[in-house]
Design a protein around this ligand. Structure first.
Ligand SMILES: *[C@@H]1O[C@H](CO)[C@@H](O)[C@H](O)[C@H]1NC(C)=O
Length: 193
């Protein structure tokens, strides 16, 4: 047990030291590599087709979900902050009851470590943009971006809870997160060089 805990911690430290040694000049490239990895990990745990019995859940979800396309424009204004918040929210979603899904402890740990290390890296590469306490219009705009992302994920969170983390609910949610990661891929193009 102790050995297992040590292994996890050691792995974590290894990942963090590896990332913190990377510079910020290649943020776009590095981010899109990470995003592809995360997307592949997610896809490997998803069912290929949404089963018929999940269609009504899907309809219910779509009826109330914030449409990604509608918030995309405002996320493009602050791509780094948007991606930072999106990754944090995804970790929150996947910290919930996964018993019905194909995820096991180790694959989820690897998925979350990759998200965590990217969050750290985004933080170190954009300090001025994110830790801006001065109430300038720019800071307000950044806050608004975070708020939009939070609202989007709040609906996903509610849906999972309403459906008591059923497999259908997770199918629907993971399809949505996949769309969200595809959006992250597009947002990386908006990060200034
Ligand atoms: C997790 O969700 C499953 C399926 O809804 C449920 O049977 C189980 O009791 C839940 N576990 C916890 C710890 O909430």
């Amino acid at each position: 047990m102790i050995a297992k805990i040590c292994l996890h911690i050691c792995l974590l430290m290894l990942f963090f030291s590896e990332v913190s040694s990377q510079g910020c000049g290649d943020l776009r490239v590095q981010l899109s590599t990470t995003n592809t990895n995360i997307l592949e990990r997610l896809k490997s745990k998803m069912r290929t087709n949404l089963p018929l019995q999940c269609l009504s859940d899907m309809r219910e979800f779509i009826a109330t979900q914030v449409i990604l396309k509608e918030i995309q424009k405002s996320l493009e204004d602050n791509p780094v902050v948007a991606i930072h918040e999106i990754f944090q929210q995804i970790i929150g979603i996947f910290n919930q009851n996964l018993t019905e899904t194909a995820w096991d402890e180790n694959s989820m740990a690897a998925f979350q470590i990759e998200l965590h290390q990217q969050i750290q890296h985004l933080g170190t590469c954009s300090n001025t943009e994110m830790e801006n306490d001065i109430p300038s219009p720019r800071a307000q705009n950044v806050q608004l971006t975070r708020l939009r992302v939070k609202r989007y994920f709040q609906r996903i969170d509610n849906f999972l809870k309403e459906k008591q983390h059923s497999l259908c609910a997770w199918d629907v949610v993971q399809l949505e997160i996949k769309q969200c990661l595809l959006l992250v891929g597009r947002l990386t193009n908006w990060i200034p060089n």
